[in-house]
Structures are given as C-alpha cells and as structure tokens.
Design a protein around this ligand. Structure first.
Ligand code: SF4
Length: 350
C-alpha cells in the first residue's frame, strides 16, 4: 500500500465531479480534471510522481491534499492447472483473495467484493470468515489490475472476463460494485464491455430488481444450487428471507428490464441435490425465463458436510436437463489444490 499522506483523503475515493470541483476551486485549467482522472483509472498509476504531464507544483498540491492508496498483493499461490490465487493485503491489514482462472483460450479474474461474508451458505468456506466490511471500488479495481498483469505475464493475453464471485456477496456492496463496473466499462477509461463482467449473487431479491431499474448490462449469475425451497433454506440462509417465489419474480423483472439471460450456478452435492427429482424441479424452475445452467463439481473442504456427486449421477443429471432443451454445461472446478475453486476462498495464510 502506498500512502503519501496519512492525514488526507484517498484521491481514488473521489468521483470525477469531486476532482473537477478540486480543479475549479484551485483555479487550475479545466482539462486537468480529465488528465488526473485518466492517470488514476486508465493508466492505472500508483503514485502522483507517475503523473508525468502534470507540473511539479500541481503534483505537490495533490500530494498535500490527498493520499494515494493502492492495495498490493501479499503473495500468490499457483495451482498445477495454472490457476493463480492472490492474497491482497488491505490498508487496515485485512486480507482478501482474487483468482486468475485460465482455460485454453480465455483468462478470467474472480474478484472479492467484501472482507468475509455475512451470509452462511453451508457449502462455502468463506462463510466461516466473519464479515468485516465492504471493499471500496478502488480495492476491487486493484485486484482486477493485478490479475490482469498476471494474465499478460503468464498467458500473454488480456483478461477475457471478470466475475464478482470471490469473497462476499456483491449485491450487499451494491454502490461500490457498480462504481467499480463503471470504472472498468467507461469508454474513455477501461473500455471493457459489460458483457465481459458477471455479478454473482446468492439471490438478494431487492438488489436484483435494482440492477434492472439501473439498467445494469453486465451478466448476472445466481447461486441457486437447488430449486426446492425447503432444501435451499437448509443450504443458504438467504433463502429464508428471499425465497424461490420472490427470486423468480425478481429475475423475471430483471430480464424484462435488461433483456439479459441469467445464469444459474448449481453445485452438484452428493445425495443432497443430484437426483432426477432435483433435476425435474430445476427444469420446472427454468421455465420462468430464458436462462443457462452451470453444473459445477463440488470441492470438499475441511468442516464441510457435503461431498462431490459421483460421476454417474452428475452425467444423468446433465442429460436430463439437456433433454428439456435447457442450455447446460458441466464444469470442473479449477484451482482446488490451492483452495482457489468456487466456494473455497478462505484458507488465507499470511
Ligand atoms: S457463497 Fe458467496 S454469499 Fe454464500 S457465504 Fe460464500 S461468499 Fe458468501
């Protein structure tokens, strides 16, 4: 973390309008606001000294008025399948994890949105960590920037996609997540298409509706894992206050507003949600909207009561869903040997 002045505000917590107001109140040339903003979010520098087309006087003024906080990686762990998990140390000494997931033609950054998580999904290792706080937009942005560098270094290509699927529930940190997305997608800054970004939620009904109202054009993934209310309430505490009937209505609303096809994540858990009856319930649920299913192999971790479905049941489940003409993939989880796979982000060693 670079901290140039501990008594002042972090410049990266300022909006463009805030920087513009600073420029006006200091009687600087109008174009300076755009220049400073571009150094921060397009050229992604980590100190005022790197803003080389600003005069020394202006850089000195910025240093006097603002801090410049950038989160740095604490350490990386590399899986035998090429997945790299990075632990980032935050200014308050908390740690969050981000993951680079490579495949043949793509690289994906999986990003955290909170320190810990307030939800208690039974299959998830992050749930064991106490919720501490939301990440700021710049803390999410710094994870993405670092993982993007890893993608270049190890695979010689830019990131293909970004998923907010790491630690935390992104929709409980709505404003900062949307601010991060705006920084990444603004045509004069990151220029990333919203269709390369996925917000993954446990199913916060009110906020799914808000995504529709705000016309957020990213992809939306819902951690569903069962279409049966009783089972889902056992698995995911959020289902007690946001049951499946309400989730369906919110997704219909989101789809109507954004025309975006929603993806459902479905971890196949041995003898819990992997029978043909479970597949039938899922197929009926899917009739409500255009959607896609990702069936995911589960990675067991210590303290988890769940096990991976056996191959035979997984294939039977997949074939049943396919027979209902629903788009479905069966995914192998990556990075399980370094606890970087879906639902495993918690074994932080500092
Ligand atoms: S699955 Fe997501 S929402 Fe659920 S406990 Fe884990 S991090 Fe939180």
């Amino acid at each position: 973390m670079t901290t140039e002045n501990t008594n002042t505000k972090d410049i990266r917590n300022l909006s463009f309008d805030d920087i513009n107001n600073f420029v006006i109140s200091n009687k600087l040339k109008k174009f300076r606001a755009k220049q400073i903003y571009s150094w921060l979010w397009k050229k992604k520098v980590s100190s005022f000294d790197e803003m080389t087309d600003l005069s020394n006087d202006l850089r000195a003024l910025l240093k006097k008025e603002f801090r410049f906080d950038v989160i740095k990686p604490a350490f990386d762990q590399k899986s035998k399948d090429g997945t790299i998990k990075t632990a980032f140390r935050l200014l308050d000494n908390e740690i969050v994890e981000g993951v680079l997931i490579p495949s043949k033609e793509r690289t994906t950054a999986c990003l955290s949105s909170q320190v810990g998580c307030s939800l208690s999904c039974k299959f998830c290792a992050t749930a064991m960590l106490k919720y501490k706080r939301n990440l700021t937009a710049s803390e999410i942005f710094d994870q993405a920037s670092y993982i993007s560098k890893l993608s270049k270094e190890h695979h010689d290509r830019d990131l293909s996609s970004y998923v907010l699927m790491g630690m935390g529930e992104p929709l409980f940190n709505y404003n900062n997540v949307i601010e991060f997305i705006n920084l990444l997608t603004a045509p004069d800054l990151g220029g990333v298409s919203p269709k390369r970004i996925t917000i993954s939620t446990a199913g916060v009904v009110k906020k799914i509706r808000q995504l529709g109202d705000d016309n957020i054009k990213t992809n939306l993934a819902i951690s569903l894992h069962t279409a049966n209310n009783e089972k889902r309430s056992k698995l995911m505490s959020i289902n007690r206050s946001n049951p499946i009937e309400d989730l369906i209505k919110a997704i219909v609303y989101f789809h109507k507003k954004t025309q975006t096809r929603v993806t459902f994540e479905y971890l196949l858990l041995n003898k819990f949600n992997d029978s043909i009856k479970d597949a039938e319930e899922l197929a009926i649920f899917c009739k409500n909207f255009p959607c896609k299913i990702n069936l995911i192999e589960y990675n067991h971790f210590d303290k988890s009561n769940f096990k991976q479905s056996d191959k035979y049941n997984a294939i039977k489940f997949l074939d049943f869903i396919k027979s209902k003409n629903i788009i479905v993939n069966l995914r192998r989880n990556k990075g399980s040997d370094i606890s970087a796979a879906c639902g495993q982000l918690a074994n932080i060693k500092s």
